[in-house]
Design a protein around this ligand. Structure first.
Ligand SMILES: *[C@@H]1O[C@H](CO)[C@@H](O)[C@H](O)[C@H]1NC(C)=O
Ligand SMILES: *[C@@H]1O[C@H](CO)[C@@H](O)[C@H](O)[C@H]1NC(C)=O
Ligand SMILES: *[C@@H]1O[C@H](CO)[C@@H](O)[C@H](O)[C@H]1NC(C)=O
Ligand SMILES: *[C@@H]1O[C@H](CO)[C@@H](O)[C@H](O)[C@H]1NC(C)=O
Ligand SMILES: *[C@@H]1O[C@H](CO)[C@@H](O)[C@H](O)[C@H]1NC(C)=O
Ligand SMILES: *[C@@H]1O[C@H](CO)[C@@H](O)[C@H](O)[C@H]1NC(C)=O
Ligand SMILES: *[C@@H]1O[C@H](CO)[C@@H](O)[C@H](O)[C@H]1NC(C)=O
Length: 333
């Protein structure tokens, strides 16, 4: 059995030496040697081995975490189940810490009492932690012109650097900050914003979607000619967020599905008004109105009678013109 007095001396000595700070190597002290071993870098979750070479007749030996004893010889003092003994013989005294945590970072001391003199070996354990985004703004929906700020906070060791990028664009909008501020946002700046947290060990990325609402704009209506008895189709396209609802009018009269001989089909940004069999009363000016909660926009088309042969007046004109142009050549023969 170990007389407790030796332990008290050993621990006392170790604490005293640690108090002197790093990385001074004690000189001219014939009573003890203090060795500073290489620092150990380990990733969070991995296992670190703390190895102490002895090589002389050892009477007592201990591994300490700061000022508390983890192992005194083969006797475990630490209550931490992650700490265990690997090797203890005349040459070597090794313990391991499994599933290393950030709080394990710090100075560890192997205190050895040989027959001649006490030795202290100091090792500094650095714990590396991959970056992790811990605080991220939720996806947001704003109206065009609003000021927007999104946040991305990450932790890790070494401290990760955080940056933002709009991934749906060519990347002109970027920032190397936790906060991304967009003043008076435009529809072009809507999209998926990617936050990247990087350190020497790894990268973590997350995205935030910004939806920008704006009032509809309908594209200019194109007049269309349809022959009597044929199928007539009017198309109206609107750019809007959220998607527009469409309304069709002829003068004051609103057209809705359920009217005889016609149909309205809306697919996303496009609305199609179809007459299955054009009759005289179907011709005229039609107005398409696109509406969302931010506003409305409209355009008017003229649905006119086209020549029953399927040729427009224009086509006939072209044929006459061609004839006139080529007439002199024809007359030569
Ligand atoms: C070991 O780690 C300590 C504490 O971070 C530091 O002061 C010292 O410079 C490191 N030594 C080496 C050799 O990296
Ligand atoms: C080392 O000491 C620190 C501070 O007391 C503690 O948080 C950590 O869990 C200890 N690690 C081991 C492996 O004993
Ligand atoms: C996330 O950021 C917000 C805004 O700065 C802050 O109020 C909140 O406390 C943060 N949450 C965490 C878990 O850090
Ligand atoms: C956006 O911020 C600017 C100044 O930063 C301010 O003048 C403006 O009123 C803000 N707009 C909105 C919609 O809050
Ligand atoms: C279109 O309507 C006219 C007049 O009502 C009718 O004579 C004709 O058969 C119809 N054509 C088709 C394809 O339904
Ligand atoms: C359609 O509208 C145009 C422009 O307002 C007008 O000149 C034309 O007479 C209208 N046509 C019919 C058939 O209502
Ligand atoms: C179409 O838009 C004009 C202005 O651009 C507006 O004065 C008119 O009332 C609108 N018509 C309909 C049917 O919404």
């Amino acid at each position: 059995m170990t007389p407790p007095i030796y332990w008290a001396m050993l621990v006392g000595m170790a604490i005293m030496l640690m108090g002197q700070g790093l990385p001074v190597k004690t000189q001219g002290n014939s009573q003890s040697d203090k060795n500073i071993m290489d620092n150990i870098t380990v990733r969070q979750g991995e296992t670190v081995f703390l190895r102490c070479t002895q090589g002389e007749i050892v009477t007592h030996t201990a591994w300490l975490n700061r000022s508390s004893i983890l192992y005194a010889g083969d006797e475990k003092w630490s209550v931490d189940p992650r700490v265990s003994l690997v090797t203890l013989n005349q040459e070597e005294f090794t313990i391991k810490i499994e599933n290393v945590e950030m709080t394990d970072e710090g100075q560890y001391v192997c205190a050895v009492q040989t027959s001649r003199r006490p030795t202290t070996n100091i090792v500094y354990v650095h714990v590396q932690v991959p970056p992790k985004i811990i605080n991220l703004s939720r996806d947001i929906v704003v109206n065009e012109g609003a000021n927007v700020t999104i946040l991305c906070q990450a932790n890790g060791k070494p401290e990760p650097s955080v940056s933002w990028k709009l991934i749906s664009s060519s990347g002109d909008l970027t920032t190397n900050d936790e906060y991304l501020e967009i003043s008076s946002i435009t529809r072009q700046r809507a999209g998926a914003y990617e936050c990247t947290a990087v350190n020497d060990i790894d990268t973590d990325t997350q995205t935030v979607d910004i939806t920008v609402n704006y009032a509809p704009t309908v594209s200019e209506g194109r007049d269309i000619g349809v022959a009597l008895g044929q199928r007539g189709v009017l198309e109206c396209e609107a750019d809007a967020v959220p998607e527009a609802d469409f309304e069709w009018y002829k003068g004051d009269r609103r057209f809705t599905n359920g009217f005889e001989g016609m149909e309205i089909v809306n697919t996303g940004s496009l609305s199609k008004l179809t007459f299955f069999n054009m009759s005289d009363g179907d011709y005229g000016n039609y107005t398409c109105v696109a509406v969302n909660k931010l506003g409305s926009s409209n355009t008017t088309f003229l649905l006119y009678v086209q020549d029953g042969n399927g040729f427009t007046l224009g086509v006939h004109l072209n044929i006459y013109l061609l004839f006139i142009v080529f007439l002199p050549f024809l007359l030569k023969f």
